[in-house]
Design a protein around this ligand. Structure first.
Ligand code: PXP
Length: 249
């Protein structure tokens, strides 16, 4: 049964829109846990556009499940992670102008900095996961760095699914090909001894096909849950995503 980590960053996005103190991401995290989330994910970005350093410290103290910190492999972030000690750090690429994370890490090109980051975090007892595209070469490179997990980027799969227009003319062939690419990547990762998570751009509508891939043990989902929560409430939105992942499985 796959686990769901809820990414609560966009609770902080709403707060930061007014630079006030509500809504509180810690309260949101607790509601997610009460609704059955298996963990909380948050991305401390270098530009601090949503989650702030104090949120991270408060989250670490408040949550009782599992804290997954997404961050770039920079000295600043490593120092924070070593202080806060989340259960897992997921290393992600970050660029200042992006609206959201744009695809996975190029582990092959950044092997040196990633190796040293993995070593520093692992020696402090923090598990490290690498966010990568569903690419066999990236999986092999990740495995050589000694991480425990890879998170496969589903944004391409999600983008193909969410094309506007008539459902009957959606690119079903392309969607299925991308789903198979993710499945093959997940299998390769498991054969290499890695655990597999997946996320980015997943929705109530498209998560089902991903949940059919047995190698994927964990989903990290944020925007779509928080968007629904704005209209239906967070407890209900989290429960409905768990149901979408676990339906008939
Ligand atoms: N996984 C990773 C590595 C991410 O960077 C993000 C976005 O912060 C997510 C999952 C969640 O993506 P979304 O908000 O589109 O569900």
């Amino acid at each position: 049964m796959s686990r769901l980590n809820v990414n609560i960053d966009h609770i902080a996005t709403i707060r930061q829109a007014r630079r006030t103190n509500e809504p509180n991401p810690v309260s949101a995290a607790v509601i997610c846990e009460l609704a059955g989330a298996d963990g909380i994910t948050t991305h401390l970005r270098s530009d601090r556009r949503h989650i702030q350093d104090h949120d991270l410290i408060a989250l670490k103290q408040a949550i009782i499940t599992h804290l997954n910190l997404e961050m770039a492999a920079t000295d600043e972030m490593i120092e924070i992670a070593l202080r806060v000690k989340p259960d897992v750090v997921t290393l992600v690429p970050e660029s200042p102008q992006e609206v959201t994370t744009e695809g996975g890490l190029d582990v092959l090109s950044h092997r040196k900095i990633l190796r040293s980051t993995v070593r520093k975090l692992s020696s402090a007892g923090i598990f490290v996961s690498l966010f990568i595209d569903p690419d066999i070469r990236q999986i092999k490179a990740s495995s050589s760095l000694g991480v425990f997990q890879v998170e496969i980027c589903t944004s391409n799969y999600a983008r193909l699914n969410e094309q506007p227009g008539d459902a009957t003319v959606r690119r079903t062939g392309e969607i299925e090909a991308e789903a198979r690419r993710i499945r093959d990547a997940a299998r390769t990762a498991v054969r290499a001894g890695l655990k597999v998570a997946a996320g980015h751009g997943l929705t109530y509508r498209n998560v089902g096909r991903m949940a059919e891939i047995p190698e994927i043990e964990e989903f990290n989902i944020g925007h779509n849950i928080i968007a629904r929560a704005a209209l239906t409430g967070l407890d209900r939105a989290v429960r409905e995503m768990i149901e979408a992942i676990r339906r008939d499985r």
